[in-house]
Design a protein around this ligand. Structure first.
Ligand code: FM0
Length: 330
């Protein structure tokens, strides 16, 4: 049976940055994200007895190398769970720039997990699906849910209590996110290797982990109260703390470019001018700006005029996993 699933990316307001178990992908802290409707991956999976290996097409092109190994490793987990030994044909369409800090792996692995687990006959609950998805890419486990979701780090060595839970549905709060795309796109240090180097060498990592519980408590209250200033201030500060840990790593690194800082300064200037806007940045140079619907025109206009910015993509809060009935990619 061919199954097609659609998953949206998410942007972390409290970042996942550090693993306690690299194989099972278990984090050193809880994280919290908002799912975005503007950026998504649609994936179809069909397990076929006549195949001699998995095949993976991304945006109609055959993928090989590290990316295809990650897909096969993930499918191995799905086969193990289902006790099946059959290879799969995987086709993905990614409406997200890859490897540019747009968490493309999040929507990618969430869609892959949903489509493959269903195609092989597993009937997983959202919690089980989130736990499985986590083992493809950590941040992806939050994309099972729409709206606002928290990934519970868990304490068990086998990862059984490490999965995402919904905090508030997308209908709860209409906040917006502008994804600011910079002309220079490729990141040099992947999030996976960047967080590993940080955990192993940065003296600031301990402080980062210790600061998380207070940020989480504050932001969850802010989301429930729809207190935009509170949520924005905590998210921006949390992002800056995460990026500070990379400067303390050995060798040190940063994901920021000059234009990244120009966008950050513009956001701060917007606030000085009375427009509530806050930034957050993942493991890449692009910036996401949080704002309220009534300021959309001004936000868009201001951001796209920053030199070095190629595109500003606006997004609302998105939904969780959906399955497409016609079995075709859209
Ligand atoms: O999304 O090694 O999921 O919480 O995006 O595949 O588990 O790609 F800013 C960084 C994403 C980390 C923060 O890490 O790593 C966040 C980040 P994996 P991911």
């Amino acid at each position: 049976m061919k199954v097609t699933a659609k998953a949206h990316t998410n942007i972390a307001l409290i970042k996942y940055w550090g693993k306690r178990d690299e194989g099972l992908i278990l984090p050193t802290n809880n994280s919290l994200s908002v799912t975005l409707d503007g950026f998504f991956t649609t994936t179809s999976v069909e397990f076929k007895p006549d195949l001699t290996k998995d095949s993976f097409l991304l945006n109609d092109e055959e993928v090989e190398g590290e990316q295809s190994i990650r897909v096969t490793n993930f499918l191995n987990l799905v086969r193990e769970l289902a006790q099946e030994e059959v290879y799969a044909e995987v086709k993905s369409i990614n409406a997200v720039p890859t490897a540019a800090g747009f968490a493309s792996s999040a929507s990618g692995f969430a869609a892959l997990a949903a489509a493959s687990s269903k195609a092989i006959g597993l009937n997983l609950t959202d919690t089980e699906l989130s736990r499985l998805t986590r083992q493809g890419s950590g941040s992806a486990c939050r994309s099972i849910f729409g709206g606002f979701a928290e990934w519970l780090q868990g304490v068990e060595a086998d990862g059984s209590d490490s999965y995402a839970v919904p905090i508030a549905p997308k209908e709860h709060w209409d906040i917006r996110v502008a994804a600011v795309v910079l002309s220079s796109k490729m990141k040099k240090v992947s999030s996976r290797s960047g967080m590993k180097r940080t955990v192993e060498t940065s003296p600031f990592f301990k402080g980062w982990v210790e600061s998380i519980p207070a940020d989480l408590e504050g932001i969850k209250q802010g989301i429930l109260d729809k207190d935009f200033e509170k949520v924005g201030e905590i998210a921006e500060a949390n992002c800056l703390k995460m990026h500070a840990t990379t400067l303390g790593a050995n060798p040190p690194f940063t994901y920021w470019l000059d234009t990244t800082m120009a966008v950050m300064q513009t956001v701060q200037q917007l606030r000085s001018a009375g427009i509530p806007a806050y930034f957050t940045i993942d493991a890449g140079p692009n910036v996401k700006v949080l704002y309220l619907p009534e300021h959309e025109a001004k936000i868009q206009e201001t951001l796209q005029h920053i030199p070095g910015v190629t595109e500003v993509k606006l997004s609302r809060v998105g939904q969780g996993i959906t399955y497409l009935e016609d079995e075709e990619l859209v």
